[in-house]
Design a protein around this ligand. Structure first.
Ligand code: HEC
Ligand code: HEC
Ligand code: HEC
Length: 323
């Protein structure tokens, strides 16, 4: 599924060094440098099947790129998955040569440019069942019979609209303000779980101790904040433990900061690699998904903008990736 709006800037960066910092109490010295060069796989470019030009009835018409909508649009998810797996390497967004697209329901409802009185959907089924000139063409494996049946049944039913693209997970920013963890920080000072949701650096680095705790400043942080399950959780509410905040700095070094029991993460200046500096590119990674801040950020005091209501155009809290 393509997520618009949030682009993963860090993926386009050349990451030269990776350092992992777990959020354990300072003093435990858990900084470890890794040297793994981020082996970002190059986007798998499908090479298609070699020279599949032995088409029976000439090149199918339809016009290159004459798509009827984005991939999956209007299709049931099972049909969409089959076309994605077996067909779109050739009949995709930029179809090979002068070929039809098999992206959306509109594509499949269209009349076949080569076979009279047939829709593309009907032709797709016929060609999957065709023993002499099958789709996908040899040497690709034929589509499983059960999968062909899924597409055939849907076409026979008149290709009713499905909603594979239209059931996105609910946005955590639509949730009411609540404290999901149902746990509030109480008391003062001396803990990495302190004051979740509040602007850590503003207090730590500026010596604004608000009179309620000890007089010392807290440790000097380059970055700090709190990750929450939903978008508008109140100050002092414990956030989400076990998410990872990935921060790539101006010199393309990436740090991974884990959130602790209170959802807090932070980077002490003395634990940062040499030269680690703003602007930062940030994203939250959890459960195989990620959510990036689309713009770079120079202020490492994340919660100044990521308040319960959101300040300076932030949508609210820093949240877990949800789609
Ligand atoms: C390796 C590339 C490739 C793949 C993968 C592929 N096709 Fe094709 N397809 C072609 C080529 C080349 C043509 C034009 C020549 C022809 O008709 O055989 C074509 C033509 C077609 C046509 C239009 C011609 C007609 O008979 O109406 C349909 C429909 C079609 N393919 C359906 C499919 C379906 C469904 C799949 C997936 C199950 C698929 N194709 C997978 C290469 C491919
Ligand atoms: C209102 C001021 C204030 C705010 C807001 C604040 N802190 Fe602190 N923090 C302190 C002070 C003062 C200390 C030092 C206590 C001491 O050393 O005696 C401290 C200490 C710490 C320590 C060191 C604890 C230890 O075991 O030595 C950590 C870690 C910490 N804060 C994390 C955070 C994080 C993360 C946030 C934001 C979510 C935050 N703080 C928000 C005032 C604040
Ligand atoms: C100066 C204000 C500001 C600061 C400081 C800031 N952000 Fe953001 N953040 C925004 C705005 C505005 C957006 C929405 C637009 C965008 O993505 O650029 C956003 C969006 C995000 C998002 C995606 C949506 C969400 O809320 O989860 C993440 C993740 C995020 N920020 C993480 C961080 C982290 C981590 C830090 C601290 C290193 C940080 N931000 C500091 C303003 C800020």
């Amino acid at each position: 599924m393509i997520r618009r709006g949030y682009i993963s800037i860090t993926e386009t960066l050349l990451v030269t060094g990776v350092l992992t910092i777990a959020c354990t109490p300072p003093g435990a010295g858990t900084t470890e440098t890794g040297s793994s060069p981020d082996t970002d796989g190059t986007p798998g470019e499908s090479s298609g099947a070699a020279g599949s030009d032995g088409g029976a009835d000439g090149s199918g018409g339809g016009g290159p790129g004459e798509g009827g909508g984005p991939a999956g649009d209007g299709l049931p998810c099972d049909v969409d998955a089959i076309l994605a797996a077996s067909c779109r390497s050739c009949h995709g967004v930029t179809p090979l040569g002068n070929m039809i697209s098999l992206l959306s329901r509109a594509d499949l409802l269209a009349d076949s440019p080569t076979v009279p009185n047939a829709t593309i959907g009907q032709r797709a089924v016929s060609r999957m069942q065709d023993a002499t000139t099958p789709m996908p063409p040899a040497p690709a494996l034929p589509v499983a019979e059960s999968d062909i049946a899924v597409v055939a049944d849907w076409v026979a039913a008149g290709m009713p609209a499905g909603d594979c693209t239209t059931d996105p997970a609910p946005s955590p920013f639509d949730a009411e303000s609540m404290c999901t963890s149902n746990r509030m920080w109480q008391g003062c000072g001396e803990s990495d779980r302190m004051k979740p949701g509040e602007a850590c650096i503003d207090c730590h680095n500026n010596g604004d101790n608000s009179g309620d705790c000890e007089d010392d400043n807290g440790p000097f942080f380059l970055l700090a904040g709190t990750v929450y399950p939903t978008g508008h959780e109140p100050d002092s509410c414990y956030g989400f433990a076990g998410a990872v905040v990935e921060v790539t700095d101006a010199s393309r070094q990436t740090l991974k900061l884990s959130t602790n029991e209170a959802g807090n993460f932070y980077l002490e200046a003395e634990d940062a690699p040499p030269g680690f500096a703003a602007p930062y590119y940030v994203k939250v990674v959890y459960d195989g998904k990620e959510l990036a801040m689309a713009t770079e950020v120079t202020d490492g005091d994340c919660n100044t903008c990521h308040t319960a209501d959101g300040d300076q155009d932030a949508p609210g809290r820093i949240v877990l990736p949800w789609q």
